[in-house]
Design a protein around this ligand. Structure first.
Ligand code: MLT
Length: 409
């Protein structure tokens, strides 16, 4: 008799953003005369940078000719893109990352979800709260947690991000083996200082832990003092894996391209206490389960590292940060405290009431979609996340509607 993976029954019924999409879809269907503006899921709206479009056209033309046609590429990514990443994102910032330590993939969601496969199931997890739900859910699916109680799973050490700590959790007083960190943070938009990251690297070294550092929103950092990569911290090559994405940097949510960095100097331990390099494990997993990102998409990603690509992606992220500034200002006028939005495309608003109730209020009175903080964890209660990913026209319209709906325009 075939049996299910019963770990799935511990999960909330549906994935957060699928749940929100369903609720919004039902509202829109019942209210066809009331167009909805979506500032919920962080999905980009602006067209691709021209340098990427040109690269896509060029690569498609190559695929149309026998002499330049390409079939399967290297699972880990084409050397031209791995080299551009190592040079453009790391060497340029003084970090030593080799091209063959970069694994090109079709998204950071997949990388963050898949990476846990190379670790034992009976390890101690440390995961922030609030958090991008993928980190928690994929570990629940893999059987690393007990049941959920009061919105939390047994077996996870929750790293609380609250107004009291500026939404950046300090290192815990107890050990963990696998630590998830995300800066600039999704959902709060908070950033970690160099000192805070040094404390985490030191913690990982002391506890022989691995840090999974999700840096998908790195392109939004504007404060020159804020580190862009965990590898800017001494010793991080021995304890950290980093994830980056072209989704929010260059508008690739529909194209799909990202990468994970697994340094060859990074070890975990086997049952006998012997150190084992993680690079060959991830290489084995990646080559077995993934056949590479399409050639035209990798060419488009590589175009972001050209002079034109750089200035165009900067303009794109500047545009969304302009939206973020308008959102922050509007929230301040409404007397609502918020963080994020200055080095991140998300604004984390302290609404001081039930977050799903506030979500419903914005949807039904203003026809604006936000993301209820409780969906990201217990510490998200009392907050909502507003995404800056939309056109200027829609953001301005949404803010006008929110002001009117809350009666304090
Ligand atoms: C979000 O809204 O948190 C992100 O768009 C989700 C993702 O990148 O998968």
């Amino acid at each position: 008799m075939i049996r299910i993976n019963e770990n799935y029954s511990k999960l909330a019924a549906s994935y957060l953003f699928a749940d929100i999409a369903r609720r919004v879809g039902e509202y829109a269907a019942a209210n066809p005369g009331k167009p909805v503006i979506r500032l919920g899921i962080g999905d980009v709206t602006e067209p691709l940078p021209p340098a990427c479009v040109e690269a896509l056209h060029g690569a498609s033309d190559e695929m149309s000719r026998r002499a330049t046609f390409r079939g399967y590429g290297p699972e880990q990514g084409y050397p031209f893109l791995r080299e551009a990443v190592a040079q453009g994102d790391y060497a340029a910032r003084g970090c030593r990352i080799e091209p063959d330590e970069v694994f090109i993939s079709d998204g950071s969601k997949c990388d963050c979800g898949n990476i846990q496969e190379i670790f034992a199931t009976d390890i101690r997890l440390a995961i922030p709260d609030p958090v991008y739900p993928v980190y928690v859910d994929t570990n629940v699916m893999a059987g690393r947690t007990g049941a959920a109680a009061g919105g939390r799973y047994e077996g996870i050490l929750y790293l609380e991000s609250t107004p009291a700590n500026g939404y950046v959790p300090a290192v815990p007083g107890e050990p963990a083996d696998l630590v998830y960190l995300c800066f600039p943070n999704n959902p709060t938009g908070a950033v970690a200082t160099r000192g805070q990251l040094e404390a985490w690297v030191d913690y990982a070294r002391r506890n022989r832990a691995v840090i999974l550092y999700d840096s998908a929103y790195e392109a939004y950092i504007r404060d020159p003092a804020v580190p862009h990569s965990i590898y800017e911290i001494d010793g991080a090559r021995e304890v950290a894996i980093e994830f980056r994405s072209f989704s929010k940097t260059a508008g690739f949510t529909g194209l799909r391209c990202a990468y994970a960095v697994v340094p060859k100097t990074l070890n975990a331990w086997d049952r006998a206490g012997k150190p084992q390099a993680l690079h060959p494990l991830w290489n084995r997993r990646h080559t077995t389960k993934f056949n590479g990102v399409s050639y035209p998409v990798q060419r488009a990603a590589a175009a972001t590292y050209t002079a034109d690509g750089r200035s165009q992606t900067r303009a794109l992220t500047d545009f969304y940060l302009g939206n973020a500034r308008l959102i922050r200002e509007a929230m301040a006028r409404l007397g609502l405290k918020c963080v994020g939005g200055d080095n991140a495309p998300y604004i984390w608003v302290n609404v001081g009431r039930d977050s799903w109730e506030f979500f419903d209020l914005l949807l039904t009175r203003a026809q604006v979609v936000c993301t209820p903080g409780a969906g990201f964890g217990r510490c998200g209660e009392g907050h909502v996340r507003i995404s800056a990913f939309n056109s200027r026209e829609n953001v301005e319209a949404a803010l006008g509607r929110i002001g009117a709906a809350l009666g304090r325009a």
